[in-house]
Design a binder for this molecule. Sequence first.
Ligand SMILES: Cc1cc2nc3c(=O)[nH]c(=O)nc-3n(C[C@H](O)[C@H](O)[C@H](O)COP(=O)(O)OP(=O)(O)OC[C@H]3O[C@@H](n4cnc5c(N)ncnc54)[C@H](O)[C@@H]3O)c2cc1C
Length: 507
Amino acid sequence: MAQQLECDVVVVAAGLSGLAASVAAAEGGARVITLEKASNTGGAANMGMGPCAAGSPVQKASMIEVTPGELFRRHMFYTHYQVDPRLVRAYYFKSGDTIKWLQDMGVVFNSVRPAFRARERTRAYADGEYTWHVVQPEDGSEPGPRAATTMTKRMTERAQDLGVEFLFETPGKELLVNDEGAVCGVKAVDKNGEEVEVSCPAVIVATGGFGANAKMIEEKIGLEWGKNLYSFAVPGMDGDGFNMCHAVGAGHTPVTMEMMYQLPDNMNHFYVEGAFRQPCYWCDRTGERFMPEDDIYNTTFVGNAINHLPGKVGFAIFDSKMLKHWKKDGPDIVSHVHPHDLYEGFEEQWQRDLDTYFDGAGNHVIAQADTLEELAEKIGIDPEGLAKNVAQYNEMCAEGFDTLFEKEREFMLPLESGPFYACRQYMGAYGTLGGVLVNDRMEVMTDEHEVIDGLYCVGTDACTIYGDSYNFAIPGNTMGFCLNSGRIAGENAAEKSADFSGDDEWD
Ligand SMILES: Cc1cc2nc3c(=O)[nH]c(=O)nc-3n(C[C@H](O)[C@H](O)[C@H](O)COP(=O)(O)OP(=O)(O)OC[C@H]3O[C@@H](n4cnc5c(N)ncnc54)[C@H](O)[C@@H]3O)c2cc1C
């Protein structure tokens, strides 16, 4: 016999969107039970740096004028109006206030930033908005990967203060539906393998997509993890919410990945990865360039481009002169994610990895050689193709003009001084996006756009707002969507359960 519990709102998962939903529902007066598969809160958000917002107190204090209306128009233009305008609007117009809501919980933001910048502002960087609210880690350190853990910690404390009951290591397994077709609870399994049934008038699903489920990624997106995709496979993101919602009739949406490019197991090779993120020479396995290298700051665009290359792999190459220049002057493109002392730490990690770093197919991920021919052979590029294309490129550098891709003149540096350095570049992703159809109240709808009573879906499970490509020019966007969709669902679910508890059926 399953353990029977009862409350007003069940939140399935305590990642970023689940935490936002839990806090908002509890603030709305609901008795909340939050089921979490892991033994802690925060999910993938514990690896990130911060959310997007428009019109926040932090932006206003820094005299950054980004209004929700502008971002809404820009977002819809970028997506070619292929996404739900009401959902996009609901998100951006709540986002500024959500930063204040987080500050009131004790979250401190270090600064608001664009995703990347150049030493001097150039055409390629002109479109990056200052929307990324980077969280100040509680230990006072400079923000980097995992800075947002401090935010999820403050949100967890706030939820606990409001009486939210967290059941850890208790994954939701199935949604319960009553005779009227309304969702009325969740079946879960606790850490001892015992069944738990929680009855409630409103369920919010927030399980973070299926980024760790290689089988689902192959079936639904067509990419093979460990072969042509080396995305973050954050444990627990197995598609549980996606499957639970569809099992009770949720409508379908296109599913994509929050695409980017990265090295295999990149966090353990972060200096090496960061060192190559420069406008040097980027090519496919035939040696041909495939984009203006000053656009490589936009990780989504590069991921998209690699998806269309032969073998779905790209290569980045620089020479000793470029390395010397970055060591002396700093990088041409400044990443806010990779280590701040990139070129101080590079040599040591490079020597450590040189002969020991392989991809899933046994190829060397990085290589060094005195000649381009030898380099091509080591890393897997056609040597003749590379020689021909580099000769053309070096001529363009001498002329000072990129007649192929219009790369900025200041980055037209020839590949000529050995030793040469190369690395393979693969498609990566932060996770999956979308799958469950929702409206702007975060209510789940059928394929006929009829609301499934009592069911809400939030965060990446329901994030259908980017069309085919994540928008890196409005950074912090997935966390922004997760926080605001969670908050919207929590408020609506609390309101619904308050109406319901006035009903005789519940008493
Ligand atoms: C390295 C990295 C850096 C990132 N940096 C940023 C950034 O700076 N800015 C930004 O906007 N985005 C960033 N992202 C993306 C962002 O972290 C995610 O989009 C966001 O955390 C997703 O929120 P979510 O609530 O949908 O899922 P998550 O936060 O991933 O939470 C999902 C939760 O669901 C739980 N779960 C799964 N199945 C079940 C189940 N059956 N029952 C109960 N619980 C379950 C999981 O254990 C997990 O706790 C980053 C991602 C990564 C991997």
